[in-house]
Design a protein around this ligand. Structure first.
Ligand code: NSS
Length: 444
């Protein structure tokens, strides 16, 4: 790896710093320098076993009395968990060591002897949220963040390969995209503005210039509901495509999501194994995904004993029942108008419904993408906005898009944390965020 430097300034030698993963994978041997944090510390009196972690993994180091100076040996005994250190030593293959390798320490330099670390075993979920700034160092969080980084990297890769332009929509907006009930109002120099719920309306404006666009932005929903799949601030991956109908829009989604799954399997085998996710199920995610109509979903749920009527929305329970037996993501199409947003295109075959789709993750994880073809009739949009009691002035610019060379177009929004929750088999979507924002928490 480039730019790791050497330990020479501190040790009078030019031993190169290596990453723990390179030792554990057998890539480097001999004398090495490693820097990181104390993960575990155990002493028998004559030997200290100090497990050191860096961003790539953890390795056992052994300090024997007599092999380092007495002063260094005594200093090492004082190292609390999470103290930062540099060690220089010799790599040894040892079947008994976790990971199969260890470092016999020749020199050790504390960079910072930490105070006693406040996180110990079996802390409550609430406490771990209070000290999230420290808990992000845990193996769990480290693994989840690596998977999340891969999801974003793979998505960007896919968009680049498929002729989409990345664009940068605003976060402060005059209009609500997904309805007034969940907008965050802010004081904009004396006027009311909102934090973006979705970049969609701006992406729609940009397709008239770039045709195929995508963006990654934070989205905000003032949702009071405490569910394992809602957070107040989430990362939203959205795309919008000119000349594309609802069917083609679904093809784009299934290709993108399959690419993400394949890359995560390729790049994160270690993390997925640690998180208990079998890679076989992810490897099998490939287009096409099954598609069923909302009407069929209602019938299925009724057959399972749900008391649900045509026109009702699906909650977590319903979505779970629809996908718990599935191994592939499932599209549900043509939802009733009453339960979807104003901008969707009316379904010509059944005007009670829209040309839209929700993509549900398998195994009961529920909705991860919301999508639709967009309404191109300005009068229909105006009528729906009026019915919702929206202030039309704030939407004039959006209606304009239907006045100057309107074209059929579609798009979608993928909740990154929802995807990561499914890929990593997490209980709660907030575990897919380093610093989650929930109705009761915005600290740290
Ligand atoms: O409300 S959505 O279903 N759709 C939109 O916002 C469209 N305007 C997107 C578009 O077409 N450009 O949200 C899209 C996805 C949804 O499927 C979830 O995966 C995620 O955004 N989402 C959330 N994730 C976590 N927490 C909350 N509260 C949340 N709300 C939506």
């Amino acid at each position: 790896m480039a730019g790791l430097g050497t330990a020479n300034d501190d040790h009078g030698s030019d031993i190169k710093f290596v990453k723990v993963i390179d030792i554990l994978s057998g890539k480097v041997s001999g004398r090495v320098a490693v820097r990181g944090w104390v993960y575990r510390h155990r002493s028998t009196g004559a030997v200290q076993f100090i497990v050191i972690r860096d961003s790539t993994g953890a390795i056992q180091t052994t300090l024997k009395k007599g092999e380092v100076t007495d002063e260094k040996f005594a200093l090492a005994e004082k190292l609390h968990i999470e103290s930062s250190v540099v060690v220089v030593g010799d790599v040894r293959e040892d079947k008994r060591a976790p990971g199969g390798y260890e470092i016999a320490v020749r020199d050790l330099k504390p960079i910072h002897i930490g105070e006693p670390f406040p996180i110990t075993k079996d802390m409550s979920e609430d406490y771990l949220l209070d000290v999230r700034h420290l808990w992000v160092r845990s193996r769990e969080q480290n693994a989840v963040m690596k998977v999340k980084a891969s999801v974003l990297k793979a998505a960007r890769e896919w968009f680049n390969m498929n002729d989409f332009y990345e664009v940068t929509p605003p976060i402060i907006t005059p209009s609500a995209c997904e309805g007034g009930a969940t907008v965050f109002a802010i004081d904009y120099f004396g006027n009311e503005a909102y934090l973006s719920q979705s970049a969609q309306m701006y992406l729609e404006a940009l397709i008239f210039s770039l045709e195929r666009v995508w963006s990654l932005t934070p989205s905000f929903r003032a949702e009071k509901s405490r569910t394992p799949r809602h957070i107040v601030e989430f990362w939203h991956l959205e795309a919008e495509e000119a000349w594309v109908g609802n069917g083609e829009n679904m093809k784009i989604q299934e290709e993108l999501l399959s690419h993400i799954c394949q890359r995560v399997v390729e790049w994160n085998e270690k993390e997925l194994a640690f998180l208990g996710r079998d890679v076989k199920s992810l490897r099998s995610i490939e287009p096409p995904f099954p598609r069923i109509k909302y009407d069929e979903a209602i019938e299925f749920l009724q057959s399972k004993g749900f008391s649900i009527e045509w026109g009702d929305d699906f909650g977590a329970r319903e979505e779970k029942a629809l996908t718990i037996e599935e191994s592939m993501p499932l599209f549900i199409i043509n939802y009733p108008k009453e339960i979807k947003a104003f901008y969707m295109k009316e379904n010509p075959e059944d005007p009670r419904t829209y040309l839209c789709s929700d993509l549900l993750a398998p195994e009961g994880y529920g909705e991860i993408i919301g999508a639709s073809e967009r309404e191109t009739d300005p009068n229909k949009l105006i009528e729906r906005l009026k019915r919702e009691g929206a202030n039309l002035e704030n939407y004039e610019w959006y209606i304009d898009l239907r006045r100057y060379g309107s074209v059929p177009h579609s798009g979608f929004g993928m909740g990154i944390e929802r995807v990561v929750r499914w890929l990593c088999k997490l209980q709660h979507v907030r575990d897919a965020v380093p610093f989650p924002r929930t109705p009761s928490r915005y600290y740290p």
